[in-house]
Design a protein around this ligand. Sequence first.
Ligand code: AKG
Length: 325
Amino acid sequence: MQKAEKRLVAILRRAKQAGISIEAINTYISTEITKNTTKDGQKPTYLQKFGKFKSNFNIFGLITIGLVLTAGKSYFSRVFEGPDSECLIKMPFDETKVFRKPEDCSICKGINKVDRISNISQQDFDEFYALKAKPVIITDGTRGWDAQDLFSFNFFKDLYEKYDTGRTGRTVCQFFPYKTEFDSLREALNMSEARARLEPGTKEWYIGWSNCNDRAGQELRKHYKRPYFLPDISENMALSWIFMGGPGEGAHMHVDNVHYASWQAQIRGRKKWRLAPPPECHYACEEFSAIVEPGEIIVVDTNRWYHQTHILPGDISITIGTEFD
Ligand SMILES: O=C(O)CCC(=O)C(=O)O
């Protein structure tokens, strides 16, 4: 309930900033409710949406359709959206990027570097960076955390030996092997000690994963907090992303397809980010790079800015981050 209230306040604040009146929102909401609910206040099912069509069927027709749908349940659940959606068919994940809505290039016009700031108020962060999707590095972003003293390859190895990785409920923890041969986080964390220590002569490695293990997440959050510059009403998603590895190539150039912008804290090591405007803004905007030092946080809307990372020589790079709204 508290969460819903926070979301509503955030929506109203953004609407106000965009000059949308409360009356307009009310009209929109009541139209949507009428459109999306049946008389008894429930969401319409597919059959209710096609009520007219349904009335022409006899019982045998419905049984046949029921059998076909049940038999193909797993196929249909992959292809069709749920009743909450306005779309009938799901877009396969990779195609979502091809059919991405073109960006309004005002998000990148005139930006040719990543600002480096500190001690910023939540209000200024929201106004000058978050709402404009302008990338920024907050040099004192991790103040008050002790992750810097604790996070290491062995910290994560021990953590995930204690709380096994893999599935929690229906969620699958995502793992990015990048150029390594590893098939899973478990396999990566079992690499030789020499390789984990980045000893000369051992193979380079860089990996990333989302922590979807609740208990491991609780342990992790003992050592980092919601960054101080995020407005109280902004939502900090529970799912953390961790990227770890030695100097060399990090992530290839890509754009994400997640819900919100993210912050990423550089706990150890130094990482260079190359940020490029989306292709439709190629002639209007520039590409640029920024180096994130230990203890700093970079905030980027990775859904809009194409990004590539490179780990600079020196210590192992460990970063943790999450999406926020
Ligand atoms: O930190 C990295 O190396 C990659 C981050 C990234 O690609 C992402 O957050 O989408």
